[in-house]
Design a protein around this ligand. Structure first.
Ligand code: UDP
Length: 321
């Protein structure tokens, strides 16, 4: 049987690279497109020698031409951490709009299935808790975070339009906070920030009073959910995330404990439009995908901390050489 071919945009990023690994393992041929603006070639280093894996450095806001059959187009390209999208506001809007348009165009040309990596940010600073897929969100379109939120809201609208008009088999994964190996230590998100601060015994920077909440999903759980969604015949948006909710202050204390760090906690100004609560309602994923996360926060954090320790060691070694 001919191999199933999947194009993954943003395939050198945190989630994209884990997905590349999983699909290669499942016997897919992968064409990975990434302009490396926030992704890293190191994330896919081990795949580069694999004959079923091809990397093309490419900016998907430009039109995409690829020869041969393609069965799946999986659109993961985008800056995704607040630090990155605040630094790259126009690129974020372009990859969410033009990038989604181009990848949907590719799916249409090849009659491929399409999956959009969307986000819990489409709910903005939610007035409904927990957030279910029926909730339409509370987003400030002109606020600083609007560049990411509105780009993803536009990309969801575009995806549904291609589904309705061109009958493309599209899927939308609304991904909640995810963490694990291959996150950039400097991507500014709360878990890499706290781990790198704790490992170097610097103060952990809690924004605001730390009463805001998030629910953290370990990467292998998320990839399992995405894999099931890719193979499903579902077209409506699906929340994928871990529904166990933590205060940011609790997270800081847990990371200090797990790293046995001497760090203290300091409080810094809360960023503008920072959502005060976030927790996915995953009843749709449970019902339709028979999926729910298995890895609890403490277990996932231990794996992530161990990985970051190695990364920091390798980084130091490469600087000495
Ligand atoms: N945060 C924090 N200290 C940090 C980084 C983040 O207190 O060093 C907070 C941030 O204000 C937010 C939460 O942690 O309330 C999660 O932030 P992150 O950037 O990881 O992702 P978000 O869920 O906001 O997209």
């Amino acid at each position: 049987m001919a191999k199933r071919v999947a194009v993954i945009t943003g395939g050198a990023g945190f989630i994209g690279s884990h997905l590349c690994e999983r699909l290669v393992m499942e016997g897919f041929k992968i064409i990975c497109l990434d302009n490396l603006s926030t992704g890293k070639i190191e994330n896919i280093q081990s795949l580069l020698k694999n004959r079923g894996f091809q990397f093309i450095k490419y900016d998907v806001t430009k039109s995409i031409k690829i020869k041969g059959k393609i069965d799946y187009v999986l659109h993961f390209a985008s800056p995704a951490s607040p630090k990155d999208y605040l630094r790259l506001p126009i690129q974020t809007l372009k990859v969410g709009s033009l990038g989604t348009y181009n990848t949907l165009g590719l799916a249409k040309e090849k009659r491929a299935k399409f999956l959009l990596a969307s986000t819990s940010e489409v709910y903005g600073d939610p007035l409904v808790h927990p957030q279910s897929e029926e909730y339409w969100g509370n987003v400030n379109p002109i606020g600083l975070r609007g560049v990411y939120d509105e780009a993803k809201r536009f990309s969801e609208a575009m995806t549904m339009a291609y589904h309705r008009v061109h009958k493309i088999d599209t899927k939308i994964a609304r991904i909640f906070n995810t963490y694990g190996e291959k996150m950039r230590l400097d991507d500014g998100r709360v878990i890499p920030n706290f781990i790198s601060q704790a490992l170097s015994h610097r103060p952990l920077t809690v924004y605001g009073k730390g009463n805001q909440t998030r629910s953290f999903c370990y990467i292998s759980d998320l990839i399992e959910g995405i894999f099931r969604l890719i193979l499903s015949n579902i077209n409506e948006p699906i929340n994928l995330g871990n529904p166990v909710e933590y205060k940011i202050l609790e997270l800081a204390e847990l990371i200090i404990k797990l790293t046995q760090s001497k760090s203290r906690i300091i409080f810094k100004e809360l960023p503008v439009d920072d959502p005060s609560r976030r927790k996915p309602d995953i009843k749709t994923a449970k019902r339709l995908l028979k999926w729910q996360p298995k890895i609890m926060l403490q277990e996932g954090l231990i794996k992530t901390i161990n990985w970051f320790k190695k990364e920091i060691k390798n980084d130091r070694r490469s600087k000495i050489c």
